[in-house]
Design a protein around this ligand. Structure first.
Ligand SMILES: Cc1cc2nc3c(=O)[nH]c(=O)nc-3n(C[C@H](O)[C@H](O)[C@H](O)COP(=O)(O)OP(=O)(O)OC[C@H]3O[C@@H](n4cnc5c(N)ncnc54)[C@H](O)[C@@H]3O)c2cc1C
Ligand code: FES
Length: 342
């Protein structure tokens, strides 16, 4: 197990107030990372992922940008309690919302805090490639626009390769299908990066597909679960049938979960994820999004095999090494052992 998925103390060097409800935390964190990745913060007994707004190729400091979510536990706590000099606990950067090896243009559609990884990607693409970059940044109103100055500066420095288009809901309503088409223009061969509120991403993705963009060119980072994803909690209800879940005859095996060095074994239940099996065993393993986006539920499969329903967080090497998102992994062999590091 060569990967480090544990938590590390990280000091906050500075805090930048970007907008009334958005702050950037400049971290004293010597972590290597790729543009577009995120780290996961442990605070208030919860785990939340935050993307880097900095670029490893143009910024000497690692920065992550957090927008308050009304009523939200961790984002509000960070805004209200953290000061420069404070130490927070974070994982090392992770995630696969990264640049691909291509010379195709990069077109990004983002809403609200979704600009965070997009700024990182844009800075790296402009600094390390000759690709054209165009960003559509949708926000409620002018006061909500995050990184307005940084985006204007990129446009001034790369007039031939970078374009920023701001969309303000209070002036033009929500982004429409026609606006996505107009933004895309003739660049149907581009890589499209989407990050923002669920309905915005859904509209953008559908508009791009209808416009003829291949689904393989659409790369999405979801900050919140989509409504139609089965949640682990919903599936955690005991399966009907006898105690070993064999009522439909589909499963006949066990899942062993190693948490805090102790092994617990339960019978497999049909359609149950590894995280759900762990909960059924009375355990409280780490998790956050339960949608395959954040990697906080990561564990190592040491025996047998599990297949993930969704994986938006682990790269191919990690999957090959046996890492699994337990909120998405279902056993495909009669016996599976999964080991949590944290
Ligand atoms: C891979 C990844 C990267 C992320 N990067 C960033 C980032 O760079 N900056 C950033 O600000 N956030 C980012 N997020 C979102 C962040 O992890 C939290 O979900 C967000 O801060 C809300 O957490 P909370 O504890 O404040 O709210 P919670 O207490 O978890 O949620 C309160 C309520 O708000 C809803 N909600 C949760 N998140 C959002 C949201 N983003 N927008 C609207 N409603 C929401 C929930 O459904 C819930 O009803 C990222 C998420 C993921 C999975
Ligand atoms: S809890 Fe986020 S990927 Fe599993």
């Amino acid at each position: 197990m060569v990967r480090d998925h544990g938590f590390h103390p990280v000091r906050i060097k500075r805090i930048v107030q970007e907008t009334p409800d958005t702050r950037t935390y400049v971290l004293d964190a010597p972590f290597p990372y790729r543009a577009g990745q995120f780290l996961t913060v442990r605070a208030c007994g919860a785990l939340r992922s935050y993307s880097m707004s900095s670029s490893p190729d143009t910024d000497s400091e690692l920065m992550t940008t957090v927008k308050r979510v009304p009523g939200g536990l961790v984002s509000n706590w960070m805004h209200e309690h953290l000061e420069p000099g404070d130490v927070i606990e974070t994982t090392r950067p992770a995630g696969v919302f990264c640049l691909r090896e291509t010379s195709a243009p990069l077109l990004a559609l983002c809403g609200g805090s979704g600009i965070t990884p997009i700024l990182s990607l844009a800075k790296t693409a402009l600094a390390t490639t000759s690709r054209r970059v165009r960003v559509l940044a949708a926000n409620r109103d002018a006061d909500s626009v995050i990184f307005a100055a940084a985006l204007a500066e990129l446009a001034a420095r790369h007039p031939d390769r970078f374009e920023i288009r701001h969309h303000l809901d209070d002036l033009s309503g929500f982004v429409t299908d026609a606006q996505v088409r107009d933004f895309t223009g003739d660049d149907l061969d581009a890589d499209f990066y989407l990050c923002g509120p669920g309905p915005f991403m859904e509209l953008s993705e559908n508009a791009l597909l209808a416009h003829g963009v291949d689904s393989g060119q659409i790369i999405a980072e979801r900050f919140t679960p989509t409504a139609d994803e089965p949640t682990a909690v919903a599936n955690a209800l005991p399966a009907e049938g006898n105690a070993d879940g064999k009522a439909d005859g589909k499963k006949d095996g066990t899942v062993s979960i190693v948490l805090a060095g102790k092994r617990h074994t339960v019978p497999q239940h049909p359609g149950e994820t590894l995280l759900e099996s762990a909960r059924r065993a009375g355990l409280f393993p780490p998790f956050s999004c339960e949608s395959g986006n954040c990697a906080t539920c990561i564990a190592h499969v040491t025996e047998g095999e599990a297949k993930m329903r969704v994986n938006n967080a682990l790269d191919d090497d990690e999957v090959t090494e046996g890492w699994v998102l337990t909120c998405q992994g279902e056993p495909v062999t009669p016996h599976v052992t999964v080991v949590y590091e944290n």
